[in-house]
Design a protein around this ligand. Structure first.
Ligand code: AMP
Length: 520
């Protein structure tokens, strides 16, 4: 039997950690790296490179270098997020057989969990090389705001990579674990998590080793990538002013400016001003290379990114109000995600909460450390090793009613696991099927929410309308994954459900994609 690790499968970076001799530690690769870019570079044939080496390929072969794939996790081809990605990446986005967004690269089409599985397999191999043990289980973290489809897709990725996903836990909950486990703290804690692609805020109550999430909120369209795009647009403006060349329609040039913008953003974490030089951004109409050379400083960047930072506080207001707390009632603020290294973000957070964030945790590592603690709790034989995690569901679960409205069944921020039942009856004489559409999201209208799936109750006894009553139970498990079951209320016979219109991979598809089957 192998060992179980904690994996932070991030949008920009991934980290693997393990509890050894009672202490959680990040495992490093042979180059001493503990934080691995979540980048998958596809070469010819089967060759795939992951991590720092893959990132190097981004500037010269962006069309075969997949970054930020997590943003497409569990998304539909025609979703807003897929549309945004399409404008910003050089590889293709294709429609899968279930309407799911897929990655088209080197003439192949891959499901997003297959791409993420490469990252997970890489983390597994880093852990195996570091420990000399076989790694076969993992606790994997996801943003608290991930819906059912995104969590399912993460589980599928683990399966494809040959890892048993012991538990999916929310990134902020993992961070709180790393902060509070074994410390005997009784506090209200806010976890402010600004990563590459998403923003999450969770408010928890810590009572010794009980970690109770009171509320969570987030914005899946807000992260470091947006800072990069904003700064890159500014650089494009300077380039146009100085050279007259417009790069807005040139994806390659925009990617080069984004790489420079990200580097400048990082450098501005330590310096007040940085020189940005991008050779050969693009060729002008005469075929001459156009270079960019300019200087950006913190004040300039402050003006550019303040609206993005302020958007995080609108989300914090929401989470605090859901928790019935004020910012001043929060005892400790934990920072998670690479973007919280940015001084402008730290200053703004300190100002909002009226206290300095807790500084003794590495924002890149804290989530993986928490996941490792949970993996240790789940696999250790001693009762005392465990923490109790009480999480909530981040989004309202509901069913479609007439007129395209949603009837909520499980409101957001309900403690999980949880379940809720609803009785459906036939509307027509001799009706043998009832179709139930399940949605996740906060809108009253189905069109603005995420369709989780359509379930068809079949094989109903022909009878006058209204006679056959079916109780459908929607359960959300500790991983935040939704399960639906149905029962005929008169006979107590379980009804069969046919799942339609779901973008999930089928069990068979996942099995076919497994790397051990493919010989990776
Ligand atoms: P994560 O998804 O948590 O790995 O966060 C990655 C994001 O953090 C990316 O947008 C990075 O550009 C950003 N980031 C990482 N380190 C720094 C830094 N020192 N200063 C500013 N941003 C950073």
């Amino acid at each position: 039997m192998g060992i179980a690790v904690g994996i932070d499968l991030g949008t920009s970076n991934s980290v693997v950690a393990l509890v050894r001799d009672g202490t959680a530690e990040v495992l490093q690769d042979g180059d001493g790296l503990g934080v691995h870019p979540s980048v998958v570079a596809f070469g010819y044939g089967r060759s795939v490179v992951i991590g720092a080496r893959a990132r190097e390929q981004l500037s010269y072969a962006p069309e075969s270098t997949v970054t930020s794939a997590k943003r497409l996790m569990g998304r539909r081809y025609n979703s807003e997020e897929a549309e945004r990605m399409r404008r910003n990446v050089a590889w293709g986005i294709a429609a899968g057989p279930h309407g799911d967004a897929r990655v088209r690269v080197q003439g192949r089409v891959l499901a997003v969990p297959e791409v993420s599985a490469h990252i997970l397999a890489h983390m597994k191999s880093v852990a195996e090389a570091a420990t000399g043990d076989v790694v076969d289980g993992a606790v994997i973290t996801v943003p608290a705001y991930f819906n059912d489809q995104q969590r399912q897709a993460t589980r599928d990725a683990a399966r494809i990579a040959g890892l048993e996903c012991l538990r999916i836990i929310n990134e902020p909950t993992a961070a709180a674990l790393a902060y509070g486990f074994g410390q005997g703290r009784r506090q209200h804690v806010a976890v402010y998590d600004l990563g590459g692609g998403t923003f999450d805020i969770s408010i928890l109550r810590l009572d010794d080793d009980l970690f109770e999430v009171i509320s969570t909120s987030g914005d899946t369209f807000l992260g470091g990538d947006d800072f990069d795009v904003t700064i890159a647009d500014h650089l494009a403006g300077i380039l146009q002013q100085e050279t007259g060349v417009d790069v807005s329609e040139n994806l390659g040039a925009r990617i080069r400016l984004r790489i420079a913008a990200e580097a400048a953003k990082r450098a501005l974490s330590d310096a007040d001003a940085v020189d940005v030089r991008v050779p050969s951004v693009v060729k002008d109409s005469g075929g001459e290379s156009v270079h960019l050379s300019t200087r950006v400083d913190r004040n300039m960047v402050r003006q550019l990114v303040t609206p993005l930072i302020q958007r995080t506080f609108v989300v914090c207001d929401d989470a605090l109000s859901q928790a019935s707390l004020t910012a001043a009632q929060v005892d400790a603020v934990l920072l998670v995600g690479g973007m919280t290294r940015f001084p402008l973000v730290r200053e703004a957070v300190a100002h909002y909460f009226g206290k300095r964030p807790f500084a003794h945790l590495n924002p890149d590592e804290v989530v993986a450390l928490g996941a490792a603690i949970q993996a240790n709790s789940l696999t250790s034989f001693t009762e005392a090793a465990g923490a109790v995690l009480l999480d909530v569901t981040p989004q309202t679960l509901g069913v479609r009613t007439v007129g395209g409205f949603v009837e909520p069944l499980v409101p957001r921020n309900s403690p999980i696991p949880t379940q809720s039942s609803k009785t459906f009856h036939t509307a027509h004489d001799n009706q043998t099927e009832v179709r139930i559409s399940v949605f996740q999201g906060e809108s009253r209208m189905t069109t603005d929410n995420e369709l989780l799936g359509e379930f068809v109750l079949e094989g109903l006894e022909p009878a006058p309308r209204g006679v056959v009553r079916i109780e459908v139970t929607f359960a959300i498990d500790a991983d935040g994954i939704v399960h639906v079951t149905a029962e005929d209320t008169a006979t107590r016979v379980a009804q069969s459900l046919r799942i339609e219109a779901s973008s999930k991979l089928s069990h068979e598809e996942v099995e076919q994609m497994r790397f051990d089957e493919l010989g990776f």
